[in-house]
Design a protein around this ligand. Sequence first.
Ligand SMILES: [Zn+2]
Length: 122
Amino acid sequence: MPYLYCTDCAKKHRERFAAKTKESWEGEAALVVKGKLTSGPWLCDSCNKGLNRGRDSAYLVQYLSPGATTDLQYYDFAYERRYFKPSVKNVELFGWDREDFLHDWTENIKAAEYAEEEDEDE
Ligand SMILES: [Zn+2]
């Protein structure tokens, strides 16, 4: 299960992630997705601040276990879509140096969002 954080708490986590050395990740990674909430209301998993649909941006942090790297290409952003569909703003990956996946994911998310927006117009 991923964790949902308000922007303040997410900032602390992202700073901590960025400061970690490759060795200290021990093969794990953290996928951090920012978006504007399209479901809710939810609570920040760290400080319990209320997070409101349609108004607040939030971050979803999913920890990836060592070995999951082979499954990266099949990661479908199901959780992220549940919270942010169709308004994912940014995708970051800490711990693994996989710019190739980051690029593909960002492109795929944007393409999927565009398709969903078109569906809503019908
Ligand atoms: Zn918080």
